[in-house]
Design a protein around this ligand. Structure first.
Ligand code: GCU
Length: 687
């Protein structure tokens, strides 16, 4: 296996020579598909993937047959039919649609591992699970597992443009497009589908939510044949393809002068479009829409609201079972910084909450995890769970736009877990985001989780090798949010770097600390931003302070932070249910890490940690740099234990991270020292 990172966590490095390898070899001589079950579609993919993995791990090719001739074998089956496996398995009501069962069965002379689901997809996931076990050195002798995904929609959103660029892409160019063409070499796309299916992803939107002129044609006969080819490859891996659409399609390419959602001609145009798309792609997932957001067109132009706009598209997709994923990232991006009463954090809730109950059943509101924009630290969006009668799904960002851009390491699973575990209290205690997104607090017809992709055509997909852990971890987390960050990190490290414990421990421990390290040297205590405008990497404390984007920290010589309280601030805290509103509203109970998101306080204000704000800023910024230095030294100890390619690559990236951390430390500390005039209690160097 090459060491350029291309195989990511599907390396299947040879494991021959060990006792376990001998065990695996016994089990995998034969892959049995019960007779009567046709080896086609996703089941065929499952057989192919399992054979491929085994070949690579053990250097022997399993035979694929309908009748077993061995004493030990693996049987793949879609349950619910009439096969002998069905009879053995009995009641399978514990398995969900896309779930599966992995069970070692002993029956007289013969022993076999059942890898089965109620659907072909389930079987594919079971096959990948088996491979994961073999890659991480687990025994197959006593399997007894039932796995079901927590979320029905487990999606990825690409922000890829048809010219080949990727908005907020930090790992090369698009794997789907170049030069206004859909790429015809489907091999890389197939490899991508393999990676995604191996962690259970079942829907991918392949173009940027900002749909420009050329991408508007993705839903026309000009480009649909090409898109259909991608959909076909995805389909083999159980993944539905979604497209972002231009809300003003009727004007841009439809020959109409309006995009009014209540205009009959507009409605008819979209119905024809939907019919056309489904002619090319029978299992098309649906449309993803960014409307009336950051200068994109939308229903507001016609005096209509978001329900009108979304329902118009939903009506068109309804006959085919298609979905409308309607984004709630709607706010005034032309704010006057002098205007202290407008609060961008309030916007999504203010726009959408009043529309509860007005959306069609095949619309899902897609809500970013925080009220601002994927900052290193934000509270959970108060809109999540606040609409009992409207389907919702969560949007995360795997791409590290504001969290180090895949040059700095920032393992985001712990952040996402905090979000998922947040108790909204919308239906009393226990109304966690995790359950809401699963449709288990309100009875949503559709729900789930999506995230902005972090891949590109870099050899290793994600720029930084270690950024692959976010992609892997995202998939695993939205399959099973009960997995701990540590479990996920360890699984990933074992498959990516092999069995050496030192390397695994480094990966796990560094990954687990990386979010807090990144937070240490960047914007403090939830205040966010302070980044280089537009580019969003590196510090620029006042970069957005006098801009139109609604992203301010309000630092002056006395203090810093945004007053979002009910009594004296923007009233944002009042969008939460009472329990949370009270916690955030009060200086006493507001958690330290979000203090400056909710309150404007003097630099001398004492945190629960006992430190003043200013000393906290100094300490964390010095600490952040020291932590990066420490982890670099730990990585350097692994020379010889990690292949050279990846060793040098990671070392190089970590040195860049160190430069960035120092830049942040010195600029933040200097800025606040000059503003406040308060010296560092430890007298360290501040400029
Ligand atoms: C962020 C990001 C944009 C993106 C937008 C969105 O603001 O910087 O590039 O288009 O989010 O989510 O729509």
């Amino acid at each position: 296996m090459g060491n350029n990172g291309y195989a990511a966590w599907l390396r299947y490095d040879e494991v021959t020579g060990t006792e376990l390898a001998a065990q695996y070899a016994e089990w995998t001589k034969e892959i049995v598909i019960p007779s009567g079950v046709p080896i086609e579609g996703v089941l065929k993919t499952a057989v192919m993937e399992l054979s491929r993995g085994v070949r690579s791990l053990l250097e022997t090719a399993p035979s694929v047959t309908h009748e077993s001739s061995q004493e030990r074998f693996i049987v793949l089956d879609v349950l619910g039919g009439e096969t002998w496996v069905d009879k053995v398995m009995g009641d399978v009501s514990v398995i969900s649609d896309e779930g599966y069962i992995l069970k070692t069965v002993r029956e007289g002379e013969r022993e076999y591992i059942v890898a089965a689901g109620l659907t072909e997809k389930g079987v594919l996931y079971a096959a990948f699970h088996l491979l994961r076990l073999m890659q991480s050195g687990a025994s197959l002798d006593q399997l007894d597992l039932v796995e079901s995904p927590k979320y029905s929609l487990r999606m990825i959103n690409h922000w890829d443009n048809i010219d080949g660029s990727v908005e907020r892409g930090y790992s090369g160019r698009s794997i789907f497009y170049e030069n206004n063409k859909v790429l015809s070499d489907a091999e890389r796309i197939r490899d991508y589908a393999r990676l995604m299916a191996s962690v259970g992803i079942n829907g991918i939107a392949i173009n940027n939510v900002n749909v420009h002129r050329e991408e508007t044609f993705l839903i026309t006969e000009k480009l649909l044949p090409d898109v259909a080819r991608i959909a076909e490859v995805f389909g083999e891996y159980g993944i539905k393809l979604f497209l972002s659409v231009n809300y003003a399609g009727t004007i841009e390419i439809g020959g109409l002068e309006t995009a009014d959602p209540l205009d009959e001609r507009v409605r008819a145009w979209w119905k024809d479009k939907a019919a056309e798309v489904y002619r090319y792609i029978p299992d098309f997932g649906g449309f993803l829409v960014k409307a009336d957001s950051e200068n994109r067109p939308g229903p507001f132009t016609y005096g209509r609201d978001h329900a009108d706009g979304a329902n118009m598209l939903a009506e068109a997709l309804e006959p085919y079972g298609g979905l409308v994923l309607w984004r709630c990232f709607v706010y005034n991006c032309h704010q006057d910084w002098r205007d202290r009463s407008t609060d961008r954090a309030r916007a999504a809730f203010d726009h959408f909450k009043p529309l509860d109950g007005r959306f069609k059943d095949n619309v899902i509101l897609q809500i970013k995890n925080g009220p601002m924009d994927f900052q290193v630290r934000e509270p959970v969006s108060p809109l999540f769970g606040a609409m009992e009668h409207t389907n919702q799904m969560m949007e995360f960002q795997i791409a590290q736009e504001y969290t180090g851009q895949q040059r700095d390491v920032c393992f985001l699973i712990p952040q996402w877990k905090e979000v998922l575990n947040f108790d909204t209290h919308v239906k009393g205690a226990g109304s966690t985001v995790k359950e809401i997104a699963a449709g288990q607090v309100h009875a949503y017809t559709h729900s789930g989780i999506t995230a902005v992709s972090n891949i590109g055509n870099d050899e290793n997909w994600t720029g930084h090798h270690l950024a692959q852990a976010n992609l892997y971890g995202y998939g695993r987390l939205v399959w099973n949010p009960e997995l701990t960050s540590e479990e996920i990190a360890r699984e990933w490290a074992a498959q990516t770097f092999g069995s050496n414990e030192k390397v695994q421990d480094f990966s796990v421990n560094f990954l687990l600390q990386s979010w807090s390290i990144y937070e240490n040297y960047t914007a403090p205590l939830g205040v966010g931003w302070m980044v280089t405008p537009h580019y969003h990497y590196g510090p620029d404390i006042d970069g957005y302070e006098y801009s139109k984007w609604g992203t301010y920290h309000f630092a002056d010589h006395k203090g810093i932070g945004v007053d979002r309280t009910i009594a004296t601030g923007t009233g944002y805290t009042g969008q939460y249910m009472k329990t949370n509103a009270e916690i955030y509203d009060s200086l006493d109970s507001c958690p330290d890490e979000l203090l400056l998101f909710f309150h404007h306080v003097p630099y001398t204000h004492q945190l629960k940690s006992g430190k003043t704000i200013i000393q906290h800023i100094y300490d964390t910024h010095f600490a952040g740099v020291e932590q990066v230095e420490y982890w670099i030294s730990r990585w350097l100890e692994l020379e010889g234990l990690v292949d050279e390619d990846r060793f040098h690559h990671v070392a190089g990236r970590m040195n860049k991270q160190l430069e960035n951390a120092k830049q942040w430390r010195d600029i933040v500390n200097t800025y606040f020292f000059r503003k406040s005039g308060i010296p560092d209690a430890q007298n360290r160097v501040i400029y």
